[in-house]
Design a protein around this ligand. Sequence first.
Ligand SMILES: *[C@@H]1O[C@H](CO)[C@@H](O)[C@H](O)[C@H]1NC(C)=O
Length: 148
Amino acid sequence: MGIIYILLICVFNLLNTKVNGQEVKLTLLGDAVKKGAVCLDGSPAGYHYAKGFGDGANSWMIYLPGGGWCGSKQSCLDRVKNNPDLSSTKNITNTYFGGILSSDKNSNPDFYNWNRVFIRYCDGSSFIGDAVDPGSKLYLRGSRIFTA
Ligand SMILES: *[C@@H]1O[C@H](CO)[C@@H](O)[C@H](O)[C@H]1NC(C)=O
């Protein structure tokens, strides 16, 4: 009885974290590498896109996530090593669109049917850098990601 109860709570919590939203796949920028629009580790920049519909079909939300800066060569190298979600697109598949990105009308009444784009934050400097460190092969190409 006790075990069943605990299992039910776990299942409920699992469902509860994923209500009112959807998984959205990663799209890599087609000519990202050619344009130098790459993440800290040199992998191509990318985004997650959910198409707008109804009277939101012509409205766009471009979501630039936070994640902080890596402020030194060592901290950027550490980020590449320990935090691939913020430094690479290599193993990224889907991301979860909830809250302001959700397509659920009740939980996101203002934007649920807009075109919603979640740009991956992987450059370590808030989409403004444009340099490469030849020694460490760190790519600080945020402004190229933004432009591309
Ligand atoms: C991607 O996944 C592979 C296999 O699990 C792993 O060896 C590699 O370190 C990962 N790379 C990144 C950048 O997460």
